[in-house]
Design a protein around this ligand. Structure first.
Ligand code: SF4
Length: 420
């Protein structure tokens, strides 16, 4: 979501004559687009601001947008007096106000809903992977999560608006569409005639566009995985066989305290249905270890579900207490050392499963999307349908954007392959 927000802001600034620089000491405007999901992310924002304020050009405009802006509000100006603006994740369309009046202090952390989508100009050009937000906010009040506070209640965007943005992306360079939402598969829009649109309808509309070769969506909530959506994995070949569906913990007790009211049986049932619909589908998850009250036995159940589902490309984190959340006030907070030990164990397991999966890909031919040169500038990086990074040894300036690649080698982090 932040990548998308950043692209919209960059496009708007280009429209006003700005160009992008990687050197903030030379910038006329500096914007930190921020994430508040963990305390560490918030801390990094303020430490970066401390550095930037002493090194930036004296008259450069500096501000923060996103969830840390919403979390900190006016307090951010007290902590960093050089800040010119603090704009929440639903207010960054107000940026032109500060560009027109750089002498004011602009604070807006309102939860304005969908205004930003209408008020920001369309992007000038789409990257090959176009992120298209289809909703804002979340109604699942997971007890550890700050998102309902920073992004507000869930609102689905009108179907026609999402289709308009998808067509625009396809016409301006997109090859892959990634529909975005905090609870993306809960998308539900009712038009004036009473017709209800779901995520499956959006996938269907995107698949009809010739320029679009790949479609995915993130992030899914298990109980919103409706049959029409599962069926899309059977019927729509452009929908990638890869799904992020966070389970967070394998312990029913922890899930209850997290206020994630699904049983492991239900979760496994959904995965089984997906695998019947699309036998090559792979699932990714997010995990939180060291949630308040998590026992060794709870943690063992998390390891057990990870082994059973064989998650790939997953994200695991130590529980981080966040303001405005119920879990931050729960008793039995877990010591950092225990959290670190559990995270290490879980990561070892997830890495091992990833390595096994990557190795199982050797010899296969996969349609992959060109991402760009690698860090050395000598090799081309492609993304497989499972979001694995695949390095192709030669970098052709005319690298095809979509290529069939034979996977020739694998390790736990990436694949190697050759275009055939
Ligand atoms: S479903 Fe996701 S975004 Fe919504 S409250 Fe839970 S963790 Fe946060």
């Amino acid at each position: 979501m932040n990548v998308y927000d950043g692209q919209r802001i960059a496009s708007m600034l280009r429209g006003r004559g700005y160009t992008q620089t990687d050197d903030y000491t030379d910038a006329d405007i500096i914007i930190l687009n921020t994430c508040a999901v963990r305390a560490k992310a918030t801390d990094k924002v303020f430490s970066a601001l401390g550095r930037i304020r002493t090194e930036k050009k004296p008259d450069a405009i500096m501000g923060i947008v996103g969830c840390v802006a919403r979390e900190s509000g006016a307090d951010a100006f007290k902590r960093v007096p050089e800040l010119n603006f603090v704009l929440g994740p639903q207010s960054y369309h107000k940026l032109p106000e500060i560009l027109d009046n750089p002498d004011i202090k602009l604070l807006n952390i309102d939860l304005g809903g969908l205004e930003k989508f209408d008020e920001m100009p369309q992007m000038d050009a789409s990257p090959a992977v176009a992120y298209i937000p289809i909703q804002e906010g979340c109604n699942h009040c997971c007890t550890y999560c700050i998102v309902p506070y920073t992004r507000g209640r869930e609102i689905s965007r009108p179907f026609d608006d999402v289709v308009r943005d998808t067509v625009h992306a396809a016409n301006t360079g997109a090859i892959e569409i990634c529909f975005l939402g905090q609870n993306v598969n809960g998308y539900k829009y009712t038009d004036d005639s009473g017709k209800i649109y779901r995520l499956s309808d959006l996938i269907d509309a995107a698949a009809k566009l010739d320029a679009i070769k790949r479609i995915r969506f993130t992030s899914s909530y298990p109980t919103e995985m409706t049959d029409d959506l599962i069926d899309m994995f059977r019927t729509e070949p452009k929908l990638l066989p890869f799904l992020n569906m966070p389970i967070q913990s394998g312990s029913p007790d922890v899930l209850t305290r997290m206020n994630r009211p699904y049983s492991l049986d239900l979760y496994i049932d959904i995965v089984d249905k997906l695998r019947v619909a699309r036998p090559d589908v792979q699932i990714s998850s997010d995990f939180i270890v060291g949630f308040p009250g998590e026992t060794d036995s709870d943690f063992e159940q998390t390891l057990a579900i990870a082994k059973r589902i064989k998650y790939i490309n997953s994200f695991s984190f130590k529980y981080s207490p966040r303001p405005h959340t119920a879990a931050a006030l729960m008793p039995n907070q877990i010591p950092e050392k225990t959290k670190s030990e559990r995270l290490y164990k879980l990561d070892e397991l997830l890495n091992e499963i990833q390595r096994e999966f990557n190795e199982s890909c050797v010899g296969k031919i996969m349609p992959c999307l060109y991402e760009g040169p690698d860090k050395t500038g000598r090799h081309a990086v492609y993304r497989t349908p499972y979001m694995q990074q695949c390095i192709v040894a030669t970098l052709d300036p005319n690298s095809p954007q979509m290529a069939n690649i034979e996977i020739t080698a694998a390790n736990k982090a990436s694949l190697r392959g050759k275009i055939i």
